[in-house]
Design a protein around this ligand. Structure first.
Ligand code: PGA
Length: 247
C-alpha cells in the first residue's frame, strides 16, 4: 500500500483527480469504480473542471458504483443515482448508458445483486476503483464482520453508519436500514484501488488501517491483500498516526 499524505482536502482531491485523469488518458475506454459520500465530491469537482477544459473526455468511459440504498428510487434526492448525476455525470461528456449503479428498488433485490455482479464481470475489470472509508472501517457498505469472500449482496447498515449518514436526510429515521453493496471480493478485483480519507473524523480509522492488522472486524484491512492500493489522506486524517509516531 502506497501512503500519500496531502496537506488538506483540496490537495487530496487534486491528487485523486490526477490519478483518475492519468487512467482515462492512458485508456479512453477505462472502467472506473466510483464512490459516493462527502469525501469524493472534491475529486469530482476537479474531474469536471478537467472535462470542461477539454483536457480529458469521458465519452468512452464506463463507471460502476459501489452501492445504493435499498428502497430509494433512482429519483429520490438521497439516492446514489441522484448523487452521481448531480455531483458528476450531468457536468461531463459521459454517456449515461455507460454508468452503472445497483437498482435500490428492484423487485427481487437478490436478483439485482446477481445481475450487478455479472455486469461487473462483463464490463470489467474495473481499472481504477475509488473508495472512501467509514469511521467503522467499512468500504462500500461492507460493515465489520463482512465475509472477505463476499460478492454483491444486500447488507444491513450498522447503527453507526446510519448515524454518520443521517446528516444527508431530513430525519435520522429516514436513513435506509439496508443497501445493495459490492462485496469485498468484488471490490478487490479492481486492478488499482485509491482509498480517500479526509478529516479528523477518519483519523482513528486511518490509524487502524495503517496498523496493518488484517481483521474481519475492520473491512478496509483486507486492502492489505491487494497489490496495488494507494491511500490518499490529508493531514487531519493522518493526525492520530502522526501523534502516535511522535510519542
Ligand atoms: P464519507 O463516507 O465520504 O461521507 O465520509 C465514506 C464512507 O462511508 O465510505
Amino acid at each position: 500500500m502506497e501512503v500519500i499524505v496531502l496537506k488538506d482536502y483540496e490537495e487530496m482531491s487534486k491528487k485523486a483527480a490526477e490519478i483518475v485523469e492519468e487512467t482515462v488518458l492512458a485508456n479512453e475506454h477505462a472502467v472506473l469504480g466510483l464512490a459516493t459520500g462527502s469525501t469524493p465530491v472534491g475529486l469530482y469537482e476537479n474531474l469536471i473542471e478537467g472535462n470542461q477544459a477539454n483536457r480529458v473526455s469521458y465519452k468512452n468511459v464506463k463507471t460502476i458504483n459501489l452501492d445504493e440504498y435499498l428502497g430509494l428510487s433512482k429519483d429520490h434526492s438521497q439516492s446514489y443515482h441522484v448523487f452521481m448525476y448531480e455531483q458528476f455525470f450531468k457536468h461531463i461528456d459521459i454517456q449515461l448508458e455507460n454508468t452503472f449503479i445497483p437498482n435500490g428498488t428492484a423487485e427481487v433485490p437478490e436478483e439485482e445483486c446477481a445481475r450487478f455482479e455479472k455486469l461487473i464481470d462483463e464490463k470489467g475489470p474495473v481499472n481504477l476503483q475509488i473508495l472512501g472509508i467509514g469511521t467503522n472501517g467499512h468500504i462500500a457498505f461492507n460493515e465489520p464482520g463482512t465475509d472477505p469472500n463476499s460478492v454483491t449482496q444486500v447488507v444491513e447498515l450498522n447503527e453507526s453508519t446510519r448515524e454518520d449518514n443521517a446528516r444527508f436526510f431530513e430525519n435520522s429515521e429516514d436513513v435506509p436500514t439496508h443497501a445493495i453493496s459490492l462485496g469485498l471480493k468484488t471490490i478487490l478485483k479492481g486492478e488499482k484501488i485509491v482509498l480517500l480519507a479526509s478529516g479528523k473524523s477518519k483519523a482513528e480509522a486511518v490509524q487502524r488501517l495503517l496498523s496493518k492488522e488484517v481483521s474481519i472486524d475492520f473491512p478496509a484491512s483486507f486492502l492489505w491483500n491487494h497489490s496495488n492500493v494507494t491511500l490518499l489522506i490529508d493531514e487531519d486524517a493522518y493526525s492520530a498516526v502522526r501523534a502516535a509516531n511522535a510519542r
